[in-house]
Design a protein around this ligand. Structure first.
Ligand SMILES: [Fe+2]
Ligand SMILES: [Fe+2]
Length: 180
């Protein structure tokens, strides 16, 4: 496994961990509205900044482009499927956002469940199909170069301050919703 795909797999682990907490939040009907709006707002922030901007950004701007250069098809092929799923995810994120603005928890829940299911199956496809192909077609040097671009991208879109903030938010949610 190369450094670039390894980095993305590690981010998948972090995203899956947050989805596990998110599941608990979605099931916790006993808490009051304002508390849940607060937590959902924070999770949405994580999904927008980390899952979409940082992680999907690394995939779309660098990895997928490199794979297409290596002959893995975009339109009608695995890269195209992944791109379509990223776009579908953004639609669900927009629905979650507008539901939160309207304090509409049932609308939020519906979009959240769709997003959660989509993202889990998407990560599964990447881990077991696309990244396996990537490890086959990319040499060590290419993986290292991609990894350097990932680091730069992460620094540009997140930076150390937001990175630390996201970590401490995740710790607080995990504690509040009993996920280890
Ligand atoms: Fe992806
Ligand atoms: Fe991914």
């Amino acid at each position: 496994m190369g450094r670039a795909t390894q980095d993305l797999r590690k981010e998948h682990e972090a995203i899956l961990f947050v989805l596990q907490i998110f599941d608990k939040m979605l099931q916790s009907g006993e808490r009051d509205l304002e508390t849940m709006l607060h937590y959902y707002g924070e999770v949405l922030y994580f999904l927008k900044i980390f899952a979409d901007k940082c992680h999907h950004g690394k995939e779309e701007n660098y990895l997928f482009e490199e794979l297409v250069n290596k002959g893995i098809p975009n339109e009608g092929g695995p890269v195209g499927v992944m791109l379509r799923e990223h776009a579908e995810g953004r639609d669900y994120i927009a629905q979650m956002s507008s539901s939160l603005d309207d304090k509409d928890l049932s609308g939020f829940n519906e979009a959240a469940v769709n997003y959660r299911d989509l993202l889990r199956s998407h990560i599964d496809k990447e881990n077991n199909v696309l990244f396996v192909m990537a490890d086959r077609v990319l040499g060590e040097e290419e993986q290292n170069l991609l990894f350097e671009k990932f680091e730069q991208h992460e620094e540009n879109v997140i930076g150390q301050g937001v990175h630390d903030k996201l970590h401490s938010m995740i710790d607080i949610w995990a504690e509040a919703f009993g996920v280890e």
